[in-house]
Design a protein around this ligand. Structure first.
Ligand SMILES: Nc1nc2c(c(=O)[nH]1)N[C@H]1C(S)=C(S)[C@@H](COP(=O)(O)O)O[C@H]1N2
Ligand SMILES: [Mo]
Length: 347
């Protein structure tokens, strides 16, 4: 059985945090046809906790910042809240099972996050020029899938900070984070898969290389298929969110009368969605949908009017393309095209 490298173990040595539960916790997300609200309430938002949920006493909590910085510093929660508060609306998506990128899990929500701009905190400690990655440590520790970790650690390329809006968040939708979503403080990297947004933060470290813990090495690295330019394949960290779209309405198995019928849904991508196409014939023909507005990094709506012909089953599908030209694959990847079967009654 693989064990975690030493870097995982020093951070939490001697620390006492209660884990409740002390095993993997997943709250099942809303189904696509339930994503009817623009902002997902905290109580409806999916929850992912690999090793369980640390229950943190704010009196004992601090955030330390060390590594390639001019001054190592430790912040209390009060000190964190003295920085100007920023609010950012952003979609929030889980990448799914770390070893099964082929499986779409559709764990998605859209949240108004409140907190401190990471940049302003890093200005205070002074990041040294050699630093290239931010390592973020969570208070949670224990077993995930047979691998023991002294803490949950992820890394973020510092280049990401130039696009702005990376938060140390203490609020969801105007309310304090609850224990499941990272109380008292979590990282929030808009546009990146949820796995990178470390909850229950304890420690930040500036480094010149990627972090060497199980959640950055063994897990959350997608295989790259070998090609002529890249005969050995390799892996790619699960960072930027690939384009995706989901039909919210009609719901699966809906009975559809005479038209016109509105088909609508949600779409999102790191770097922005360029277009969404909709098919009402199982992917044979596609039609451009109308895109709604985006606020900050939020998801967007798409809609299209449909005049169903005849009676019987119809397969509705949507396909998003991002601003780099990447689009949703037909199958076998986490952002594969989603299909809804409905019945045309002709009435
Ligand atoms: N410390 C810590 N942070 C974590 C995790 C975790 O297990 N431990 N899970 C990650 C994963 S895989 C996801 S998808 C998001 C989920 O955030 P949510 O539970 O608030 O929706 O948190 C991320 N941050
Ligand atoms: Mo996740």
């Amino acid at each position: 059985m693989p064990t975690a490298p030493d870097v995982q173990l020093y951070e939490n040595a001697g620390r006492s945090v209660t884990m409740e539960p002390h095993q993997t916790l997943r709250h099942v997300p809303l189904a696509p046809h339930e994503l009817t609200q623009r902002i997902t309430p905290q109580s409806d938002l999916f929850v992912l906790a690999h090793m369980g949920v640390p229950r943190i006493n704010i009196e004992n909590w601090t955030l330390s910042v060390t590594g390639l910085v001019r001054d190592s510093m430790t912040f209390t929660f009060d000190k964190i809240r003295q920085f100007p508060k920023r609010e950012i609306q952003a979609f929030h998506q889980c990448a799914g099972y770390p070893k099964r990128p082929q499986l779409p899990t559709r764990r998605i929500g859209n949240v108004l996050w409140g907190g401190v701009d990471l940049k302003s905190l890093l200005e205070e400690v002074g990041v040294l020029p050699a630093a290239r990655f931010l390592w973020s440590f969570g208070h949670d520790y224990g077993d995930f899938d047979g691998i023991l970790s002294g803490s949950y650690v992820k890394d973020l390329p510092l280049d990401r900070l130039s696009h702005g809006d990376v938060l140390l968040a203490y609020e969801i939708n105007g309310a304090p984070l609850d224990a499941l979503h990272g109380y008292p403080l979590r990282l929030l990297v808009p546009g990146y898969y949820g796995t990178n947004s470390v909850k229950w933060l304890s420690h930040l470290e500036l480094a010149d290389r990627r972090a060497d813990g199980p959640f950055t090495t063994l897990l959350y690295n997608d295989p790259i298929s070998p090609s002529t330019n890249n005969p050995n394949g390799g892996t790619r960290p699960v960072w930027q969110v690939a384009p995706e779209s989901l039909i919210v309405s009609p719901a699966p198995d809906a009975k559809i009368g005479k038209g016109p019928v509105e088909i609508w849904g949600r779409t999102w991508a790191d770097g922005g969605v360029a277009s969404v196409d909709v098919s009402t014939d199982g992917g044979r023909t596609w039609h451009a949908a109308e895109l709604g507005n985006q606020s900050d990094w939020s998801w967007q709506t798409f809609r299209m009017e449909w005049n169903p012909q005849g009676t019987g089953d119809a397969i509705l599908m949507s396909r998003a393309t991002d601003k780099m030209g990447a689009f949703q694959p037909d199958s076998d990847w986490r952002n594969a095209v989603y299909a809804v079967r409905v019945t045309k009654t002709g009435l």
